[in-house]
Each structure stands twice: as C-alpha cells, then as structure tokens.
Ligand binder design. Structure first.
Ligand code: PNS
Length: 167
C-alpha cells in the first residue's frame, strides 16, 4: 500500500489545503494529513482542534487519516514508511523555501520523494494567516475555509473562546 504524508500547520485548514489533500488522495492508497507542531509559530488553534477541523473537512474522502507530530517531519515519514511528502505550491515565492526543505529531507532520508502539486488558480492567493485576519475583523470567510468550520473559526478568533465540540 502506497501512502503519502500531507504536512502543514493547518491553522486552520483552508480550501487550498483541501484541494491538495483531495488530489493527493487520488494518487495514493492512503494519505496522512499531518498537523506539524512548529515551535517557531504561535498558532491560534491547538493541534487537537486543527486535527478535528481536518477530520470534519475530509469526512467524505475515504482514504484519509489525520495525525499530529511534534518533531522532524522526515522522522515521521521514515517511521510510517510513507512513499512521499505531498505539498501545494502557490506562487514562485513559496518555491525557494519549499525546495530547500525538500532537498534537506531527501538528504536525511532518500527513500521518500517530495511531490509538489500546483495549487488551483482559484486558491492561488489563499493562506491561513489571511483567513484569520479576515475572520478576526468579521469579514466573510466562506470562500476560503470548508463550510462546517465557519462558526467555530469565527467564535474563536473574534471572542477568544468556543469549544470545538459545540459545533
Ligand atoms: O503549513 P506550513 O506552516 O507551511 O508547513 C510547514 C511544515 C510544518 C510542513 C514545515 O515547517 C515542516 O516540515 N516542519 C517540521 C520540522 C522539520 O522537519 N523541519 C526541517 C525541514 S527540512
């Protein structure tokens, strides 16, 4: 069975992420969507909340599992035996850093490939941080994040509260 890891902060998952995850799910038998805990970032949502949002957004896709990891991505890939890391590339500005990570991961563990899928034109401009800014100021995020997550994201970002289980 060929599996791939789709890693990211997913703080929160956007329609751009979901597009990449769906397309990866057609290429591999199993796709693990991995919430990576990045110590350099101050996230708005806990890893558990981010995982729960991903589960909801991907509920209709059969071959998805969701996990989180606090360590080097490549160690997780090695441990699970995944054949590839799949990531979305938006603009040229994404490329340099992504290329650097792909090369470094390949050096540390040559048995997995990094595959870049080009983001669809529709999602080209999307980012979690812009979505959070829009939600914080009460803007409409319905074009940017999966529908079942709207209320939870609004509540959390505008009032600093809201438990995921309420939604
Ligand atoms: O959604 P993001 O924040 O762009 O995702 C970046 C992420 C989490 C995939 C990347 O920062 C990562 O792989 N972090 C794990 C730590 C790691 O393995 N660092 C070395 C990369 S060569």
């Amino acid at each position: 069975m060929r599996s791939a890891v789709c890693p990211g902060s997913f703080d929160p998952i956007t329609l751009g992420h979901l597009d990449i995850i769906k397309r990866a799910s057609k290429l591999f038998d199993q796709v693990i969507v991995l919430v990576v805990v990045n110590p350099d970032k101050a996230p708005s949502f806990t890893p558990e909340e981010r995982m729960e949002m991903i589960r909801l957004a991907t509920a209709d896709i059969g071959n998805i599992t969701v996990d989180s990891y606090d360590g080097l991505l490549i160690d997780y890939v090695r441990r699970t035996g995944a054949a590839a890391i799949v990531k979305g590339l938006r603009a040229v500005s994404d490329f340099e850093y992504e290329f650097q990570m792909a090369m470094t991961n390949k050096k540390m563990y040559p048995y997995a490939e990094t595959l870049f899928l080009t983001t669809s034109m529709y999602n080209m401009y999307l980012s979690s941080s812009l979505v959070k800014q829009i939600a914080r100021f009460g803007g409409d995020i319905s074009d940017f994040v999966p529908f079942p997550l709207h209320n939870f994201i609004y509540e959390r970002l505008t009032q600093g509260r809201g438990s995921f289980n309420e939604y």
